[in-house]
Write a protein that binds this ligand. Structure first.
Ligand code: 3NM
Length: 209
């Protein structure tokens, strides 16, 4: 199983873009292309449906050695035994997640500013998301934070930092030049004509180490 500490490319199966029927196929394509970690995100589905999808994804992600992260639903992460769980900006979200998922499951937290990133590290998160860098239809209510704090967040936070929000092949060079080392890509992968190829080609351009 790949470790979150070594992950550079983070994919998300977001049910805003993928139908439930296509979740397994999309999971297989993203894993075949080479995502290092994969999240299940389904803001509009109920817990039973999300649990069912997670159970369908797990054999595929495990076959590829890709850790599966459940967004928001701590109990589902615990009951299906996913490798990770991801939480939002609530106070104590990391501590509450740990109490539910136990020591084997890593915990990531979304952050939208330098202050939130530093706080997430103090809270004991295993990794952070940092964004949205650009305006994005995947998370439309959030104000983009731009690229200017990426270097500073890497100085302040010694956790894996996944830059997120509007990242695609056309913007990758400027995101890397701004200091990003790891990225999350959602809609640009899920809407690609050839998903595995899009993942493979973007991954080749990420810095190693
Ligand atoms: N979280 P896309 S931005 C799920 O900043 C999510 O916390 C964000 O999707 C954050 O690659 C985002 O399609 C959406 O822009 C990322």
């Amino acid at each position: 199983m790949k470790r979150i500490q070594d992950a550079r490319l983070y994919g998300i199966v977001d049910l805003g873009y993928v139908t439930a029927e296509n979740v397994v196929s999309m999971t297989a394509q993203l894993c075949a292309g080479g995502v290092d970690v994969l999240q299940l995100r389904a803001k509009k589905l109920g817990a039973p449906e999300i649990e069912r999808l997670a159970r369908q994804m797990l054999p595929v992600t495990r076959e590829h050695g890709v850790p599966l992260v459940i967004n928001d639903h701590l109990e589902i992460a615990a009951v299906v035994g996913s490798e990770g769980v991801h939480v939002g900006q609530d106070d104590d979200a990391v501590a509450r997640a740990r109490a539910v998922v136990g020591p084997e499951c890593f915990v990531g937290k979304s952050t939208h500013s330098l202050a939130q990133a530093v706080a997430a590290q103090a809270e004991g998160a295993d990794y952070i998301g940092f964004g949205p860098l650009y305006a994005t239809g995947t998370k439309p209510d959030y104000v983009p934070i731009g690229l200017q704090d990426i270097t500073e967040v890497h100085r302040l936070v010694q956790l894996p930092i996944f830059c997120i929000g509007g990242v695609n092949a056309g913007r990758l060079d400027e995101v890397i030049s701004a200091g990003a080392r790891r990225v999350v890509v959602v809609s640009a992968f899920l809407q690609a004509a050839d998903v595995a190829d899009e993942v493979r080609r973007l991954k080749e351009r990420l810095p190693v180490g």
